[in-house]
Design a protein around this ligand. Structure first.
Ligand code: SAH
Length: 407
């Protein structure tokens, strides 16, 4: 099936900042230490390009060094870092607070937008990048879901999705350009991998959706393009920034991972309050490694052991995502195996009926067999829900994101 993306003319980036009444809600999260990046760590050996890019990322721990140079994005940096940068620019410290407010609440896309700053000084810092992307294409599905293709500073295109509902605005964010995991049922994986996203490029996605909808984002899911735990440092920094600087509760954020050995335990050390969702998709090792190539080197038992440690270390339950593929992993025996693995596990199963992509001929199960699978799990006292994807008709649903096709 051809991608049915309607190419709506690129939305012009607002020339003046969009002022939305974006007073941060009290998040209820415990205060977090200031953001950190571990720029020296190469998360994935195939990512030479990504690590080179990361070296350019703002490092809030050394704001004077990074922020004071031209072309270092300011977005993604904490109030302290922005203040230090302003001071290094020989500006009064209170201007740091103004900068923070304009970046995170007023939608400033350039220092030139910040009209409270002296004009002469703005001219001096003309080359300094705020770090906002451009909306390259925008498509709206009939259920209100909006898919954005965003153009990054280096010309790469990524996708972000905004999903409105009665009380919420959820953003599905990308963590990488493409994805190296190559899961067989996932469109992103078919397009290959280019690089990790920097912290500001993740934060920018949320601000873009928020500004375009003119409504505060309430929830964030890291379920767009990419594998977040191959980009842990920047993803964690983005989570902290979105929490502390943008004002979104960590409890309203979900990080979805297919599982990278050792990384779930490492994530637990970050003491975040986000929900961890693990893409399981199979009830036994043989089936899982058929669907997910990386599972060969990471047996199901080890993944589950790591998840158990995560629950122990954080006190938070884990969500297991399970794509239902008709005739393949939706059989009563699969439900029995899954229940066996999860017995006594503080967890929740999220069933996702498969969303068709063009390259493979998996089938979405019927409603009756979805209900039957739910019943099989419930009869074994497993907490379960079915997630019906939004934006299916515009290929904006789970697993259907692949910007390269239209870029
Ligand atoms: N790499 C991460 C996050 C991106 S995918 C992960 O694997 O979890 C986000 C969710 O969408 C995952 O659960 C993923 O398995 C699911 N998904 C991928 N392709 C899909 C498809 N064709 N239909 C339904 N869900 C899909």
């Amino acid at each position: 099936m051809e991608d049915r993306i309607l190419l709506i003319p690129a939305m012009a980036a607002p020339s003046s900042p969009t002022a939305i009444p974006l007073t941060p809600e009290a998040s209820g999260d415990t205060p977090q230490p200031s953001q950190q990046t571990e720029s020296a760590v190469v998360e994935n050996p195939t990512e030479a390009e990504a690590s080179a890019h990361r070296d350019n990322s703002p490092n809030p721990e050394h704001p004077q060094k990074t922020g004071a140079q031209a072309n270092q994005p300011l977005l993604g940096q904490s109030l302290e870092a922005l203040t230090a940068w302003m001071v290094a620019q020989e500006q009064p410290a209170y201007r740091g607070k103004q900068l923070h407010q304009w970046l995170y609440q007023q939608g400033a896309r350039s220092l030139q937008d910040i009209t409270v700053f002296p004009k002469a000084w703005r001219q001096q810092v003309e080359g300094v990048s705020v770090g906002r992307s451009e909306i390259y294409h925008r498509t709206e599905a009939s259920d209100g879901t909006v898919k954005y293709l965003l153009k990054l500073a280096d010309g790469q295109i990524i996708e972000a999705v905004g999903m409105p509902s009665a009380k919420r605005l959820t953003v599905c964010v990308s963590s990488q350009v493409g994805c190296p995991m190559a899961c067989d049922f996932c469109a992103t994986g078919k397009g290959g991998f280019l690089r990790n996203l920097a912290t500001h490029e993740i934060v920018d996605q949320v601000l873009t959706v928020q500004e375009d909808f003119g409504q505060r984002v309430s929830n964030i899911v890291f379920m767009g393009m990419g594998e977040p735990l191959l980009n842990t440092d920047n993803v964690v920094a983005a989570i902290r920034c979105l929490n502390q600087d943008v004002g979104i509760s960590q409890r309203s954020m979900t990080l979805s991972t297919v599982g990278i050995p050792g990384r779930i335990r490492k994530l637990a050390d970050e003491q975040l309050q986000v929900t961890l969702a693990v893409s399981l998709h199979a009830s036994n090792q043989a089936q899982r490694q058929d669907l997910i190539p990386s599972a060969k080197a990471y047996p199901l038992t080890e993944l589950l052991a790591e998840c158990r440690d995560y629950v122990k270390l954080t006190g938070r339950r884990v969500t297991f995502e399970y794509i239902l593929l008709a005739g393949l992993n939706d059989q009563p025996q699969n439900a029995a195996e899954l229940a066996q693995h999860l017995r006594g596990f503080q967890s929740h199963v999220n069933l996702i009926p498969y969303n068709p992509i063009s390259e493979v001929d998996y089938q979405r199960p019927s409603e009756a067999s979805i209900r039957e699978f739910v019943a099989q799990l419930e009869s074994r006292h497993i907490a379960v829900s079915v997630r019906y994807s939004r934006g299916l008709e515009e290929n904006a649903a789970c697993g259907q994101l692949r910007a390269s096709k239209v870029a």
